[in-house]
Design a protein. Sequence first.
Length: 126
Amino acid sequence: MSNAIALKVTASFIHLSSELERPSLELERPSLELERPSLELETPSLELERPSLELERPSLELERPSLELERPSLELERPSLELERPSLELERPSLELETPSLELETPSLELETPSLELETRNFENP
């Protein structure tokens, strides 16, 4: 790859030719060296003893309660009921109705219907 840029312009009345150079640019990456710091830690010594725990189960003695129940004494008498059937005397009402006389004449109506003949096909089961 060259650093030169060529430019050529031509017109019927102007002839121009030029050559330009690109600037050179070189970059280097900086060098970086890191060291990890040294770290030394001491933990404290820890000794634990589990406490001694002795438990006794409590003593529990239960007695069943004594229940003595008596049924209540009930003396009941059936009530005395004396009922008489009521006396009902009913009379039928007298009803006489007269209906009005009604004579109606209806117009005579004669209708002719078209006749329809259909052919049916016989199907056989396989």
